[in-house]
Design a protein around this ligand. Sequence first.
Ligand SMILES: Nc1ncnc2c1ncn2[C@@H]1O[C@H](COP(=O)(O)OP(=O)(O)OP(=O)(O)O)[C@@H](O)[C@H]1O
Ligand SMILES: [Mg+2]
Length: 1011
Amino acid sequence: MSAEIKVRRQSSRKRSRDRRISHLTPARKRTSASGRQCPDNTGQIELSRALDKSMDATFSEYCSDPEDLFGDYDSIVSDSSFLAKLDRVGQNMRQHDIDHTTSSRCPVILLAGNPDFTSLKSSTDNCPKQSCDDSMTESFLEGFTDDAFLDMPSSQLAFLQDPQTADRNCCTDEDKTSMPMRHPEKSVSTEERNERHIAPKARKSVSDHLKRAMMANAATPSSVSRTAVQKEAVVTEEISVAMQAMESVSMATTDLGPFFGLPTKVKELICNLKGIKDLYEWQKTCLNLDSVQQRRNLIYSLPTSGGKTLVAEILILKELLCRKKDALFILPYVSLVQEKVRGLASFGLELDFMVEEYAGSKGRFPPVKGRGKRSLYIATIEKAHGLVNSLIETNRLDNVGLVVVDELHMLGDGSRGAIIEMTLAKVLYISKSTQIIGMSATLGNLQDIQKFLKAESYTNDFRPVELKEYVKLKDSIYEVDPKEEECFRFSRVLNFKYSSAMQKIDQDHIVALVTEVIPSQSCLVFCPTKKNCENVAGMICKYLKEDFIQHKQAEKAVLLGELRSSGNGCLCPVLKKTVPYGLAYHHSGLTSEERKLVEEAYSAGVLCLLTCTSTLAAGINLPARRVILRSPYVAADFLKRSQYKQMVGRAGRAGIDTHGESILILQDKDKVLAKKLVSAPMEICKSNLMHSDGKGVLSLILSVIGLNITNSLEQIRDFMSGTLLSVQEKQVCLERSLWEVTQECVELLKEKGLVTVSTEPQDGSLQVTKLGRATYKGSVDLTYCDLLYRDLSKGLESLMLNSFLHLIYLVTPYDMVSQCKPDWMVYFRQFTLLSAAEQKMCAAVGVSESFVARKAAGQNVKKNVDQVVVSRLYLALVLQSLLKETDLWSVADRFQLSRGLIQTLLSSSSVFCSCVLHFTEELEEFWPFKALLTELTRRLTYCVQAELIPLMEVAGVMERRAKQLYNAGYKTLAHLANADPNVLAKTVENLFKKQANQIVASAKVCPLSNA
Ligand SMILES: Nc1ncnc2c1ncn2[C@@H]1O[C@H](COP(=O)(O)OP(=O)(O)OP(=O)(O)O)[C@@H](O)[C@H]1O
Ligand SMILES: [Mg+2]
């Protein structure tokens, strides 16, 4: 059965691809024209399967043969007539050089008379004496600053470093083939250098000749030639033609310099901006792998803090600078995306490419064309999916030469994992030339993922900083050693003197453990719940000596001031108590501003300890000498091996610490499970397309049809065979085959009115309906698409535009409803404050004043009221207050909700608002929403006074900083982009020079607007 599928897949894939390419645009038009599905009726059709909440819409994928992936790579070699010409010239030149090497070795080659380069010849007349070699060399090198070398191929650079040798060898050894540079960082021998110089194919050798000729000509003293005056004009013209030719050659070449094919400037930037002087051996090996050189897909897996990011960044720069293609960098969290945008903006500025943020509601679909510049898209998982879809739709996916996925193990992470899988599968299927690189520290089943991505793998257990793992049981510390039978080897008894009262409160001796390292070194304490984070931070402070208060007192006072001003005068009571001791908690209950301030203060050593939940576990580069795991649980669940590894991996980060250690606090009852935890292999990363009763597959199929990637069941089957789900069919699908699942899903989509069969005679192809198109384009959860359509239709009948309330209600995320229970008294008070028009609108959606009043009075209400509507309207009231006041703290106070929840509500509403905007754009009947929701998305995204919005377009600039900048006179993006970072740092309070640099660089590379 499976063999049969395989055979068919091969052939039908080709068919499907042909069909896809040739029919893409017309079919799409056809679909929208014939999408006769009446959305009004679709609400009656229920999915026969329970579709869970909170999953973004999905799209399609597929993969091709590995060799197909590089079909058009380096095609310039084969068919450029110019290169053919150059080859001929090369042959002539080589012949010429061989003829002249021994007799008249002369660096001066005049380009005589013939503009088609076919009669290059040396002029003995103009040839200086043998002894002029040195002076010539010096004189022509003098004219070049380092910058002049940046665009040169490595071979050319080698030549310039040693022109005499290079020249000699260039002329004599013509048969060497192109080889990747194996050890570009090592000092190379003359032979190696020569070899490298000669190595590139004939066209490079010719380009070297041309360049040399020009340089030499330019350096030739005019007095040498008797006919110089007459020849000058000819020479000038020749040089100009040769310059043009050189430019064409350097456009075609992918080798721009000695640093893994990149200019030396990149190395300098890495040194200056990241403080990294030399690459680790594994990084060099990895960058020189054949698979990397030949642009095959690659997964590399190294321990935490192994330095994986730098390799990815160098490959991204190669793609942008050498291959002149766009690149997509996918990271799991908004904060990581913003950190990366800030970090790479300076590279973009120096190396002339755009850095575009795709996170939250930022990022345009399809991206704005880069006005001649290449773009690096840095995106969250969800945004990357939307971006890839929009590029497929506009036939631009081929422009993306490289997709990098950080934390690739997240493929196994619920609905987000499903989205990564869909994105990658689509890239594999659609763009044969796009390379995919994935990295992770915790991938258990590399083989499955390799098979899915048709990738090679590289693994290494290098960790630059030693990490020692310990567990604590009672008062003893044991070193983790999975090789030992017991797994734990006794190390020491913990040294502490506790009073009996303290023993009661701090039974796990956390104070003793942390005071071994703080305040001089830093410590992270992972806790199972948010509340526990706050409690533990408070408890530790209770037992810390007053000395801790004196440590970095002034900086901590500044931090407290900033925290207070970020809350418009409000300060979290827990932080108020803990910060003076150098401690803070960090979890999703903080506002974005607080989080950022806490992270920055911890990185700078102002805070020495953070208690945190697992959200700090992945990817973030916060330094910790010691990581303590308060218990082996996340909420009520025992830790997974990969979670454990990520958490302990925060200790001992390269460049920050010399070593690191982790201590897992255990109770006797957890000992057996803990042994497994520290010694078992990493968990298997499973496909999540079947997550939530197959919602991933449903969404995927919808988008595959919508994007015109497939139009028949056969093609969908073919497409699905390229997913990770297909690789793991037996493990994941269990009772049914993937084929059966696929068929069922197509039927469900038809029943739900999202997909239909063409009624054109003899067509019978599958098409998405208008609602189907709106759903996948808006990334709207399939569970809610009917409801959203109904709500919007109803809203349109009596849209209340006197205030934002009605619009806000329509974009309040359905999946936030369950997270909030209205406080009826607050509800009633707020309701009474509404205008008459607003109250009328509330009644129209189904919440009357009398209902709220009765609830507030504690009466039972018999009337059948939709609880979802009631709660959603409550959240809308919260959001409306936020938009009016922009003060998260006072709104939290008024509605008796935590500020963390309000922050989450605000960010998810801005994301959902942009989803609804895209949804309505596909349905003509919703035309009025376009302008309204565009503005609302913008307001929800920033939720600040309108004048601060342009400044907040810059990655990482939040309200408080925007206010400071605005007050300092930097009122627009252009002001910031043209600012002098030194002046900025001096003018704006508590802004470090490095931050000022990042702000200016980010402003410069920021596309002018985001939607
Ligand atoms: N060659 C190098 N020399 C010195 N420091 C380096 C080098 N390469 C990377 N680093 C530094 O090592 C630290 C960790 O690197 P990175 O964040 O890439 O780790 P990682 O492998 O991605 O770890 P994780 O799996 O935890 O995300 C960073 O601060 C980075 O700047
Ligand atoms: Mg990393």
